[in-house]
Design a protein around this ligand. Structure first.
Ligand code: PMV
Length: 323
């Protein structure tokens, strides 16, 4: 295990923590079945403020423990038998958009609770954040949560060198490795269509279990493996081609959407490549802008009805904020 990333230190309440969102470049869905994935932490942040309270609430909602499965799971995993806590969360990440709002919320709450209960190591925080997300969502991989804990670019089940950490479920094991950030600017754009990650994951799992599924999974594996290498060596032309190939595969397994296809088309004159990012069936796209055409790309996507963001990888994962 690498110790290049700092642990979350012990603190007394009140504690504030902040986590980035995430953008999947290659390999979503296939990662759930053990294939490689490339993800970066995006500089759209979620911040939580945790303080002792008279009752446990989230953003003043007395009923949040019942209503919010992520909050409930975070309390169960890392605040067992603890005193009542008030949590305030603010976020720049649109919800249910494929940009990691739930992973950022889970990791920042788990980091704050971890700090208030004696501190927590980053590998343990990655495992815990995944368990919380999985308890709330029922399905999925640790790609999102590990990325927002690690920051920067990470490969799940791919890349080279020592893993940062390994995340485990009873039936599977995922290795998380650092990938070099080539220093590019990216554009993500939210279609405005919300969807359920769990439903999309179940539909793709059924497709991959049907005839022809294993061959498709192998293609996902190849694209992501090549994509991790291409990003690591800063090869824009190869990345652009692989973004297009990955989108074809996602279309094939049924998680594209006419709105996403329209956004990818609208992006084309100003983007080297584009694809959906996250679970699909709505949600967002990611595009690699042609150098110097970032503003034009944003204009095109906004004109096509999306909510675009120019993003850079956030080099630092979840962290505590000074008082
Ligand atoms: O759309 P999101 O942010 O929930 O991303 C989901 C990514 C999947 O690969 C489809 C599921 C997962 O947990 O890895």
């Amino acid at each position: 295990m690498s110790d290049e990333l700092g642990d979350i230190p012990s603190r007394t309440l009140p504690v504030s923590a902040r986590a980035p969102g995430k953008c999947i470049v290659f390999g979503e869905h296939a990662v759930v079945h053990g294939a490689p994935e490339l993800v970066f932490a995006v500089d759209l942040m979620t911040q939580v403020f945790v303080t002792a309270g008279s009752a446990t609430r989230l953003n003043s909602d007395d009923d949040a423990v019942r209503r919010n499965a992520y909050f409930r799971a975070a309390l169960e995993a890392s605040w067992k038998g603890g005193r009542p806590v008030e949590v305030r969360a603010i976020s720049r990440i649109p919800k249910s958009a494929g940009l990691g709002s739930s992973a950022a919320f889970v990791a920042s709450v788990a980091a704050a609770f971890g700090a208030a209960t004696g501190g927590v190591g980053r590998p343990a925080l990655a495992q815990r954040s995944f368990e919380i997300e999985r308890a709330a969502q029922g399905v999925g991989s640790p790609g999102d949560t590990s990325t927002v804990v690690a920051g920067g670019f990470v490969a799940v089940n791919g890349g080279t060198g020592e893993p940062l950490w390994t995340v485990q479920t009873p039936d599977r094991r995922w290795e998380v490795r650092r990938v070099n950030d080539p220093g590019w600017v990216w554009v993500v754009a939210y279609s405005g269509i919300t969807r359920s990650t769990a439903d999309a994951v179940r539909a793709v799992s059924a497709r991959l279990a049907a005839p022809g599924g294993p061959a498709l999974l192998e293609e996902f594996r190849q694209v992501a493996t090549e994509g991790i290498t291409a990003v690591g060596r800063g090869d824009r032309a190869a990345v652009a081609t692989l973004l297009r190939r990955n989108q074809e595969l996602l279309r094939e397994v049924g998680v594209s959407h006419p709105r996403l296809e329209a956004l990818i088309e609208a992006a084309a004159p100003a983007a080297e490549g584009a694809k959906l990012t996250g679970a699909g069936a709505g949600g967002s796209i990611v595009a690699l802008p042609m150098p110097g055409k970032e503003a034009e790309l944003v204009r095109r996507l906004a004109r096509a009805g999306a909510l675009p963001f120019v993003v850079r990888p956030a080099p630092i994962g979840v962290t505590l904020l000074e008082r």
